[in-house]
Design a protein around this ligand. Structure first.
Ligand code: MG
Length: 358
């Protein structure tokens, strides 16, 4: 029996995770669930699974501090996941990580602490789950490149002038139904940029060996090219529960009643390079990663603030990337070897954009 603390239980990943737990009640047990904003829904989940409910601002951290489990499933929104993730690592829990900002902000710190505690990271994102499955324990020296696929979001081909995009248009993703922050990040491809950084830390592969390939059908979830020229890909219907379930069951595979892949019906799968002039966030991420230190914490926090500013009507759509770029250019640079340093970098970015964007 795998005992689980679920942080962000009422969000879209949280609800999919609950679905997986519900369909394998002999395998998984929810010990505690946390939600920052949705008290009633969180308490209803707790009643169903005889788990403890935590609600409010510091719900995630309290849920980790007051409970023991095998796995802490981190599916909170944005930068708030970092403290509970570190707390769970300190308590020796494996981390099923859906909140990619944790790795973006503090990848070096959390992977070092996890290694010291003998704690595993279980990839939840469909792309990282795909790479995890393709690697299947291969040695790092056998890997030539990681290839992250991207749906391309709603603005892959249109409209021509992205500065005119409204929040309503950006909140409509063609393939995945997700919360507002990650939906906007998907449309700017910042989400894919974050996934580059997440892959960099999860699999210890430098960002210059990680490619992004636009694949609008979202059937191939990612690939690994090995040094002998072989490329392995993982395919499944676009259903988050496949990756979530594997994170919790690996290396075993559990049965589930779900749509199976029908390639004859799909007919063809297409791939193309991302247009970096339309999606500048991808380059911002790689530059921040090469600079290292505080720059990636600034990146994550600046993006979170810029997305909120866009949704609040303070900046236009292309202002998200230019806000992040300005924050990266102006931020003081320092080592990020403590949680205080990470939070200070994030805090600087938020204050900088408060002044810049009003
Ligand atoms: Mg993803």
């Amino acid at each position: 029996m795998q005992r689980i603390i679920l942080l962000g239980a009422t969000g879209s990943i949280g609800r999919s995770t609950i679905d997986v737990v519900r369909s394998h009640s002999g395998e998984f047990e929810l010990v505690a669930v946390a939600s920052r904003t949705s008290k009633d829904a969180c308490e209803a989940i707790a009643r169903e699974f005889h788990a403890k409910a935590y609600c409010g601002e510091d719900a995630a951290l309290r849920a980790v501090e007051e409970n023991d489990a095998d796995v802490c499933f981190v599916a909170t929104v944005g930068t708030s996941g970092i403290l509970p993730t570190l707390a769970a690592i300190e308590k020796g829990m494996d981390i099923a990580l859906a909140t990619k900002e944790v790795m973006v902000m503090a990848g070096e710190l959390v992977t070092r602490r996890a290694a010291a505690k003998g704690v595993k990271f279980l990839p939840v994102d469909s792309e990282h789950s795909a790479i995890f499955q393709c690697l299947a324990g291969a040695r790092n020296s056998e890997v030539d490149r990681l290839v992250l696929t991207a749906s391309g979001g709603p603005f892959l081909d249109a409209p021509a002038d992205l500065s005119l995009v409204t929040p309503q248009e950006a909140l409509h993703h063609p393939r995945w139904k997700m919360g507002p922050k990650v939906t906007i990040d998907s449309s700017t491809m910042m989400n894919k940029g974050f996934e580059i950084l997440e892959a960099r830390w999860l699999f210890d592969v430098p960002v210059d060996k990680i490619d992004v390939l636009v694949h609008p059908e979202s059937i191939v979830h990612s690939m690994v090219t090995f040094v002998d020229g072989a490329t392995l890909a993982q395919l499944s219907p676009p259903d988050m529960r496949v990756a979530i379930q594997y994170a919790l069951s690996s290396p075993r595979r559990l049965g589930a009643v779900r749509e199976t892949l029908d390639l004859a019906r799909i007919g063809s799968l297409t791939f193309r390079k991302p247009d970096l002039s339309r999606f500048p966030c991808l380059d911002l991420v790689k530059a921040a990663s090469r600079a290292g230190g505080s720059q990636t914490a600034v990146l994550a926090a600046a993006d979170e603030k810029a997305v909120a500013d866009f949704l609040a009507g303070k900046i236009n759509y292309t202002g998200i990337a230019s806000s992040v770029e300005a924050a990266l250019e102006n931020a003081p640079r320092f080592e990020c070897d403590s949680v205080e340093a990470v939070l200070a970098a994030a805090d600087w970015a938020v204050k900088f954009l408060e002044k810049r964007n009003g």
